[in-house]
Design a protein around this ligand. Sequence first.
Ligand code: 5GP
Length: 202
Amino acid sequence: MKREGLILILSAPSGAGKTSLCRELFKIFPDMKESVSYTTRTPRVGEVEGEAYHFVSHAEFERMVKEDAFAEWALVHGNMYGTALRTLVEARKSGIDLVLDIDCQGALRLKELFDGGVYVFIMPPSMDELRHRLEHRSTDVQEVIERRISRAAEEIKEARWYDYIIINDDFEVACQELASIVTAHRRKTFRMMEQVGKLFDI
Ligand code: 5GP
C-alpha cells in the first residue's frame, strides 16, 4: 500500500509570519514540497518562473479555469491565484507531503471540494502587534498598511473553520506547534502502514 501524501494548507493575514514559519518548516522537514501556484501577477525582482509561481497571462488563467484545471482559485489583491488540481493529485499519489500557502477564500473552496487536507490558520498575537509588524517591515506605504490591517480583520474571522490555529507570538513556539501538527498527521496509521509493512512483513 502506497503512503498517501499529506496536503497542508496554511493561511494567514499578511504580517502574521507565515513566510518565516514556512521557511522553518522546510528546514525541519526537508522532504516536504511547496505547491507552486499559478498567478496572473507579474514576477517580482528575483522571482523565477516555476519556483515561487507559474506566471501566466489572464487568458491562460481563464482557459485553465474553464478546463477545470484548478482545485481552487481566487482573486487576491487584484491578481488571480490558483492551485492546479494535478499538483495535488500527483503529490498525494506519489506520497509527497505538500504545503499550500493560499488565502482564506481559496482554502475554503478547497475544503468544500477536496477531501483530506489539513488546514492551519496562523494568527498574529493581536491587531496592535500586527500593525507594529507591518509598520516595521518598511516595505509598504501607510495606505497599503491600513488596507492590509482591515483585510486581516476580515481574514481572522475565517479562522473558525480551519482545523488548527497557531498564534504566532513567540516564533520558536509557533514553529514547534506547526511541526507537531505535521508530525501528528505523518504518524496517522494509514500513512504509516506502508513503512510498517516493509519493516514487519504484515
Ligand atoms: P504574493 O503575491 O504576495 O506571493 O501572494 C499574495 C497572496 O496570495 C498570499 O496571501 C498567498 O497566500 C495567496 N496565494 C498564493 N497562491 C495562491 C493560490 O494558489 N490560491 C489562493 N487562493 N491564494 C494564493
